[in-house]
Write a protein that binds this ligand. Structure first.
Ligand SMILES: *Cc1c(COP(=O)(O)O)cnc(C)c1O
Length: 355
C-alpha cells in the first residue's frame, strides 16, 4: 500500500505520563483512506490530526453505519515498540463490517495502516509501566444521501491516543457491578458481535443509571430471558468457579475479545480448566452460596483485566473474594503485561515489532 505522508508543522506538547488517563489526548497525525464504488479503497495517507469535513447527509449521522477497533502499542523495557495482536483486530473489523453492509480495506492494509501511524507518531508511545499508545481504527459511511440503503462512500481512519496506567499504577482495583435485568446491550441477531458504535449507544443509559446508584458498570444478560450472562460493561467476562474459568460462548450478541482469547490461552497453560459455555445468573448465585465462586473479572484491551468485587442482583449483594482482586486475575494481568512489554518470551507470536 502506498501511503502519502504529510507531517504536521505544529507538533503538540506531549502531556506527562501521570496525566494521560484514557482517550483525552491525541497524537500529531492520523491515517485516512477513502472508498468509492468506482475506485475501491484509495488515497491512503497520514496527515496532521484534525477535523474532517463531512456531508451533513452522510450515512454515519443518520443510519449508524459506524464501527471501530481498539488495540495498543507498547514501549518495552528495552525501548522497542511492540503491538499486541494487531492482526486480530484487523480481522475482527473485516469480519464485522459486512453485518453493517460496510466494505473494509484488506486485513493486511488495516494492520499496515495502524503500524504506519504508530511509526510516524512513535514519540507518542509513552514509557512508564502500564502506559501505551491506544490505536482507534474507525470505519464510517460518508455518502450524502438520505435514502435508507448502505452508503456508496466510506472513510477508514485511525487515530492514536496515549493511555495512562488504567489502575493508576497501584495494582488492580475491583469494581462494583450492577446486574442489568431490563435493558439489553445487544439482542440475538443484532450487532453485538461487531464493534458497532450503535452497541455503545444502547449501553450508555444502563451504565449511567448504575453509576448514579453507586456502581461502576453493569453485567449484561441475554436479551431473550435475562437469564444467561453475556458481558460486563464493554468487556468479556470470566468466572473462576473452583479451579475452572467459565466464560459465555461466543455468539452474535457477544464480542470476540482479543484479550478474552489471550486470557483463555494463558489460563489453560497455567493449569486451569477452561469452559466456554452458557452460564446463568442463577448458577453464579448458587456458586457464590456454595463458596465455589472464587473470582469474577472482565477482559478487554483498555484494562486487560478488571476484577469484579461485588455483583448486585435483585436486592442481593454478592461479594466476591472479599471485594478484593483475586490471585488469578492478578496473575493473568501480570503475565499479559509482561508479554506486552517484552519482559517475557512471546511464545504465542502475539507481538509485532514496530521499531
Ligand atoms: C472491545 C470490546 C471487548 C473487548 O475486546 P478486546 O479485543 O479484548 O479489547 C469486549 N466486549 C465489547 C462489547 C467490546 O466492545
Amino acid at each position: 500500500m502506498d501511503i502519502r505522508i504529510t507531517k504536521t508543522t505544529a507538533p503538540k506538547v506531549k502531556p506527562p505520563d501521570a496525566e494521560l488517563g484514557f482517550g483525552k489526548f491525541f497524537s500529531d497525525h492520523l491515517f485516512a483512506m477513502d472508498f468509492t464504488v468506482e475506485k475501491g479503497w484509495h488515497d491512503a495517507r497520514i496527515q496532521p490530526y484534525g477535523p474532517f469535513q463531512l456531508d451533513p447527509a452522510a450515512g454515519v449521522f443518520h443510519y449508524g453505519q459506524a464501527m471501530f477497533e481498539g488495540s495498543k502499542a507498547f514501549r518495552g523495557n528495552d525501548g522497542h515498540i511492540r503491538m499486541f495482536r494487531p492482526e486480530m483486530h484487523a480481522k475482527r473489523m473485516a469480519i464485522g463490517a459486512p453485518r453493517l453492509c460496510m466494505p473494509t480495506p484488506s486485513e493486511a492494509q488495516m494492520t499496515e495502516a495502524v503500524r504506519a501511524l504508530v511509526k510516524v507518531d512513535s514519540d507518542w508511545v509513552p514509557k512508564s509501566e502500564g502506559t501505551s499508545l491506544y490505536m482507534r481504527p474507525t470505519l464510517i459511511g460518508t455518502e450524502g444521501f438520505l435514502g435508507v440503503r448502505p452508503a456508496t462512500k466510506y472513510l477508514y481512519f485511525v487515530i492514536a491516543s496515549p493511555a495512562g496506567n488504567y489502575f493508576g499504577g497501584k495494582g488492580l482495583k475491583s469494581v462494583r457491578i450492577w446486574v442489568e435485568t431490563h435493558d439489553v446491550r445487544a439482542p440475538r441477531g443484532g450487532l453485538g458481535a461487531t464493534k458497532a458504535g450503535a452497541n455503545y449507544a444502547a449501553s450508555l443509559l444502563s451504565a449511567m443509571t448504575a453509576k448514579k446508584a453507586g456502581f461502576d458498570q453493569v453485567l449484561w444478560l441475554d436479551g431473550k430471558d435475562h437469564e444467561f450472562v453475556e458481558e460486563v460493561g464493554t468487556m468479556n467476562v470470566c468466572f473462576l468457579i473452583g479451579n475452572t474459568l467459565v466464560t459465555p460462548p461466543l455468539s452474535d450478541s457477544i464480542l470476540a475479545g482479543v484479550t478474552r482469547d489471550s486470557v483463555l490461552t494463558l489460563a489453560k497453560e497455567l493449569g486451569f480448566g477452561v469452559e466456554e459455555r452458557p452460564i446463568s445468573i442463577k448458577e453464579i448465585r448458587a456458586a457464590h452460596q456454595a463458596g465455589t465462586l472464587k473470582e469474577v473479572f472482565g477482559t478487554g484491551t483498555a484494562a486487560v483485566i478488571s476484577p469484579v468485587g461485588e455483583l448486585a442482583f435483585g436486592g442481593e449483594q454478592l461479594t466476591i473474594n472479599g471485594g478484593q482482586p483475586g490471585p488469578v486475575a492478578q496473575k493473568l494481568y501480570e503475565e499479559i503485561g509482561a508479554i506486552q512489554r517484552g519482559a517475557r518470551p512471546d511464545t504465542h507470536g502475539w507481538l509485532q515489532m514496530i521499531d
